[in-house]
Ligand binder design. Structure first.
Ligand code: ZN
Length: 159
């Protein structure tokens, strides 16, 4: 059975005032992420991991950030469309493994809800999704709270 691995990475800078949109959910927080769409750093990294594993154009090519229809766009919507393209190319998902790099907020209270949201978007089971939060140990741009980043690997199989 052919297998493919895909890697996605994304960075967004923080801006004053919440809420924070992360992993498809809204989190009470005193900052938000800045971007053309809703700037959901985790969903963007997942989208790129899936597209990349299938050898398809990346999120920036599919949803250009200079296009009016992508302004403030729900990243869940972009993920669903990208996943449909990956499926059309004959790929199923074995699992996703996700890392969120954020000094704040504490992610553990939100992990179950984020995993469920991603599972709903991709029509998979939450146990196919690994999710870890890591701080920046108070150093660097992540530790100072200037950016949030996400790294995701996706394993695809062609049944
Ligand atoms: Zn992004």
């Amino acid at each position: 059975m052919p297998l493919r691995i895909g890697l996605g990475h994304d960075t967004h800078r923080t801006g004053a005032g919440g809420p924070l949109i992360l992993g498809g959910i809204s989190i009470d927080c005193d900052f938000h992420l800045v971007g053309h769409s809703d700037a959901d750093v985790l969903l963007h990294a997942i989208t790129d991991a899936l597209l990349s594993g299938a050898g398809l154009p990346d999120i920036g090519e599919l949803f250009p950030d200079n296009a009016a229809e992508n302004r403030g766009r729900d990243s869940g919507d972009m993920l669903r469309l990208a996943w449909a393209k990956v499926r059309e190319n004959g790929w199923d998902l074995v699992n996703l493994d996700c890392v969120i790099l954020a000094q704040r907020p504490k992610l553990s209270p939100h992990k179950a809800q984020i995993r469920q949201r991603i599972a709903d978007l991709l029509q998979i089971s939450p146990d196919q999704i690994g999710l870890k939060g890591k701080t920046g140990e108070s150093v660097g741009e992540i530790g100072r709270g200037e950016t949030l980043q996400s790294i995701v690997v996706a394993l695809l199989e062609r049944p």
